[in-house]
Design a binder for this molecule. Structure first.
Ligand code: C5P
Length: 227
């Protein structure tokens, strides 16, 4: 079977990572969660006092970009990938509401995108990779052999994210989660560099009414079609 690059892009909280992870496992590919990379940079900015309200100090962050190293490792017990920031596992810290509410302005900064895109392209050099994000099919791998663009209504996505955060024991308010989902959609799709948009050759998947099993089966069919 020939190895390809699979780009899965789409809106916030539409289950991209869940489907990308399951697909990578099923076909023996490497999985890369690019959102986790932008989240880790955001955590670095928060920890180093680079935010005044919602606005990051871009000049300060740019001067520190060379000190920020994001990588992944596989947790041997759970068999799930974990995100490392300068060698420290930050998987839990990057998933909370504080990072979620500050990640979009950070990921709109051109120098952050350049650094992350370069790293992602290196990760995909040997193909055999499933990468999820916002700009994988448009900017990171415009020649990816399979591109999927996932979406669902904002309410459905906020409902899923709300349940996820509640299950992790985080105190959350549904309206706050919905507001965050809508705000991220807006910033992600209106930024100047690599805005969130469906690549012309991407297949659209609206999973509002689909179960995870249905979605996984659909995805596997798309892969089998071209490999
Ligand atoms: O996928 P996830 O929701 O974890 O991504 C967090 C944020 O990172 C997104 O809202 C978006 O602002 C940013 N992002 C991006 N480009 C990517 C992946 C994520 O700008 N390829």
């Amino acid at each position: 079977m020939k190895k390809i690059i699979i780009a899965i892009d789409g809106h916030s909280s539409c289950g991209k990572s869940t489907m990308a992870k399951a697909l990578a496992k099923a076909i023996g590919y490497i999985y890369v969660d690019t959102g986790a990379m932008y989240r880790a940079v955001t955590l670095y900015a928060i920890r180093n006092g680079m935010f005044t309200g919602e606005s990051p100090d871009a000049a300060l962050l740019e001067s520190r970009m060379d000190d920020i190293h994001v990588s992944f490792r596989l947790n041997k017990e759970t068999n799930l990938p974990e995100t490392l920031l300068n060698g420290e596992c930050v998987e839990k810290d990057i998933r909370g509401m504080e990072v979620s509410s500050k990640v979009s302005p950070i990921s709109a900064l051109p120098f952050v995108r350049t650094a992350m895109t370069r790293q992602q392209q290196l990760m995909g050099e040997k193909k055999g990779i499933v990468m999820d994000g916002r700009d994988i099919g448009t900017a990171v791998f415009p020649n990816a052999e399979l591109k999927i663009f996932v979406t669902a209504s904002a309410e459905v996505r906020a409902g899923r994210r709300f349940k996820e955060l509640q299950a992790k024991g985080e105190k959350v308010d549904f309206e706050e989660v919905l507001k965050n989902v809508r705000e991220r959609d807006y910033i992600d799709s209106h930024r100047e560099v690599a805005p969130l948009r469906k690549a012309d050759d991407a297949i659209l998947l609206d999973n509002s009414q689909m179960t995870i099993d249905e979605q996984n089966a659909w995805l596997l069919k798309q892969v089998r079609r071209i490999t």
